[in-house]
Design a binder for this molecule. Structure first.
Ligand code: BGC
Length: 718
């Protein structure tokens, strides 16, 4: 749509204070239809005649703002009357944020210093057929709002006693309108409401609220107070070894709420920022706090839950719950690494490893489509893909397994939902990424040189390093092969000529085999098999299994190897070992954190060590979804529900459940574009009962038997 509106902003700098923009108008005519189009450089909340417009939180969302800025469309027909007043409160949001928190890049300083503003139009059609368009322009006024400060990392400060007395004329200013696009992703909404489980005093004497679940969003509190009473709240994910409040792991993010009360009973929540938290420290709070006063509101993109996993093991069920909550907490418009510390960035590697699980758990097609468009928009001229998207790190450097999100994510979204549009949209970006590696490597047909994150946080990392022991060139070359293969597959689907990439892939595989005849680490074995690079995959998987056993049935993998380890094992006859790893309760394992009370997925296998101490304050998030990618093994291998590559979107399905002796029963289902597919097995009296429901033609494999079936419900015994 063509906007006639002008960008408007405050006539003077308000510092941290959030301005409110205002427009009033009158009409005698009856309204048939009224639509508000609105966007901002920052995040906004609009009210018309005192009523909130729409349900979008943190609108207009987060995109590669220099190239793409979403505007929202609201039907306000029911809100307009004879006398109208529209107010729009503007926060700094991601647009003017100090992201990342740990370094002052020129880009960040420029971002923090640029002006915020809004742009909008109201289109009214009257019953008499006449039309009116009200646009943001010089006729609007602005004042300071009661939100005295709001920012993504540091939180929000509301002075509820503040009344805007001074109104000034806005300033029109020049900013691109070319970048405006209609809402593309899912709206960000308030979702689950979690009631506080308890309010207690810690050994250090602090007053703490516990929600019993880590969420991302904000707290809404109700308080009976006197005008001028102060509230100061800090957020935390865990308690320390002594049971005291702890949030040193938020690093420089203050994540605090300040509130000055009005007289009487009042209910308030922040609206222009968000927090990742399970605990609140009530540093200042009037009266004796009770749980009923606090409601934790989860805020995330409006993705629909499509996956379900249930097992006979309560610990495993808690892990599944943690994976779902990890996704909710990090799918706030952009797939982020974590929601609490001074990062909250769209780390490409984290998104890449989790995309498959994410796409089974929830319908994330729109969510990823938007983010991948941003990835392409922020991709550099030379093809480099940043570590984070939107690219707030702008280093110009690209890391293997992170930048490969450019190929892996679109292919997975296509596989899960069956819509080739995503491949058409991303194909140029996918190719550009592979071409970048081709032109930047120091060794033809491998990827050597460059700076990489390696097998990030691998358990086999040398002392003092975040990177596992797998060779960086090995990982980079393996992903080079994989991404090239995905370009070929994608190109074939959409009818592109991929001959050059086929030849390239052959060469990469050949060179890889000659260069790396032996594998050193678990992750090296895993990648060689998973990406079809090993000369003899069975032999390599055998060696991997042996290695894991020699290691006392422990994983040594990090971000790169972990998502594939169980798949490689069960694809090559080691399902039992895969279950042993999955069901292991001692450190290091998925269930170790569950035993320590985790309610989301930890960044570190030993975020809280056996002695109750933290492994570090620096890199220790308790809501980092990456290792939650194990859920796709449960869907695809334990329950056996697999998309057939040539029939994406589950138009046909292959169901090959692989029961484990460690569990009595397990069931999983995915609501696909063609209906709900479910698979459940139960050990009963020495036999196994399978129940499979398929809405599409399926190839079912039970043990060694393989049958083709039409849609229906099937029971098998083995
Ligand atoms: C983030 C990760 C990310 C990594 C890159 C960290 O600080 O939290 O999840 O992938 O940096 O190595």
């Amino acid at each position: 749509m063509e906007f006639q509106a002008k960008w408007i902003r405050t006539s003077e700098d308000t510092g941290g204070v959030c301005p409110v923009f205002r427009k009033g108008w009158k009409t005698e005519k009856k309204v048939e239809r009224a639509i508000l189009y609105l966007t901002a450089l920052g995040v906004y909340e609009a009210h018309l005649n005192g009523k909130r417009v729409g349900n979008y939180v943190l609108a207009p969302g987060w995109t590669a703002y220099d190239k793409r800025l979403q505007y929202q469309e609201y039907d306000i027909t029911d809100l307009v009357g004879k006398e109208n007043e529209l107010t729009v409160t503007l926060g700094k949001g991601w647009f003017r944020s100090p992201m990342p928190g740990w370094q002052d890049t020129p880009d960040k300083l420029q971002r923090m210093g640029r002006p915020g503003g809004i742009l909008g139009e109201i289109h009214i059609v009257y019953m008499d057929g006449s039309e009116e368009v009200i646009v943001t322009d010089q006729s609007w006024i602005w004042g300071e709002s009661r939100i005295r400060f709001s920012e993504i990392y540091d939180g929000e400060f509301c002075d509820d006693t503040f009344v805007t007395k001074e109104w000034n004329t806005v300033k029109e200013f020049a900013w691109s309108k070319e970048i405006l696009i209609p809402q593309e992703g899912e709206e960000i909404r308030e979702q689950e409401v979690v009631t506080a489980k308890s309010v207690f005093r810690t050994p250090a004497g602090e007053m703490v609220v516990d929600f019993g679940q880590e969420i991302t969003g904000y707290v809404e509190f109700t308080v009976d107070a006197h005008a001028g009473d102060r509230i100061h709240i800090l957020h935390g994910e865990v308690l320390d070894a002594e049971g005291n409040f702890y949030n040193a792991n938020y690093r420089s993010a203050k994540a605090e709420i300040n509130y000055i009360c009005n007289e009487g009973t009042q209910t308030w929540h922040p609206a222009l920022t968000f927090f990742g938290f399970r605990y609140l420290l009530l540093d200042e709070f009037p009266g004796e706090a009770t749980p009923e006063q606090f409601r934790g509101i989860a805020v995330y993109s409006n993705i629909r839950k499509t996956g379900e996993i249930r097992t006979s093991d309560p610990a495993l069920n808690q892990l599944i719950s943690n994976i779902f909550w990890g996704q909710r907490g990090n799918f706030l418009d952009v797939p982020t690494d974590c929601p609490q510390r001074d990062e909250r960035l769209g780390w490409t590697g984290d998104a890449q490893v989790f995309t498959k699980t994410a796409s089974y758990n929830f319908d994330v097609e729109r969510f990823f489509t938007k983010w991948l468009h941003d990835l392409a928009a922020d991709q550099m001229e030379n093809g480099a893909v940043g570590h984070v998207v939107p690219d707030y790190l702008v280093g110009g450097n690209a890391s293997a397994a992170w930048a490969d999100a450019a190929t892996i994510c679109p292919w997975q979204i296509y596989q899960t939902y069956g819509n080739p549009q995503i491949l058409k949209d991303q194909f140029a970006s996918m190719k550009k990424w592979v071409d970048y590696v081709t032109s930047h490597t120091t060794t033809p047909y491998l990827w050597t040189g460059g700076e990489h994150f390696g097998d990030w946080l691998g358990l086999d990392a040398p002392q003092g390093s975040y990177k596992g022991s797998s060779r960086e060139d090995f990982i980079a070359s393996a992903f080079y092969a994989h991404s090239t293969e995905l370009v070929i597959k994608a190109g074939r689907v959409i009818g592109e000529d991929v001959k050059a990439y086929e030849a390239l892939h052959e060469k990469i595989v050949e060179t890889f085999r000659n260069t790396y005849p032996e594998y050193g680490t678990q992750t090296e074995h895993i990648l060689a098999v998973q990406f079809g690079l090993a000369e003899d995959c069975q032999k390599t998987a055998d060696a991997l299994a042996q290695m894991i056993r020699n290691d006392g049935c422990q994983m040594r993998t990090g971000f790169v190897g972990t998502p594939y380890i169980l798949h490689v094992l069960s694809n090559y006859g080691y399902t039992d070992l895969a279950y042993t790893l999955l069901c292991r309760k001692e450190y290091p394992s998925w269930l170790y954190a569950v035993g320590k009370g985790a309610t989301t997925i930890w960044e570190h296998w030993d975020g809280i060590m056996e002695n109750g101490e933290f492994w570090s304050t620096d890199m220790n998030s308790f809501n980092h979804y990456a290792y939650g990618s194990v859920a796709d093994w449960i869907y695809e291998q334990a329950a056996g529900i697999r998309v057939v590559e040539e029939y994406p979107g589950f138009e046909k399905v292959r169901i090959h459940p692989k029961p484990g002796t460690q569990l009595e029963w397990l069931g999983a289902s995915i609501e696909t574009r063609h209906g709900k597919i479910s698979s459940r097995w139960t050990h009963t009296d020495g036999a196994i009962r399978y129940e499979i429901v398929t809405p599409v033609p399926a190839q079912i494999v039970i043990g060694k038997k393989e049958i083709k079936v039409e849609p229906g419900t099937y029971v098998f015994w083995e």
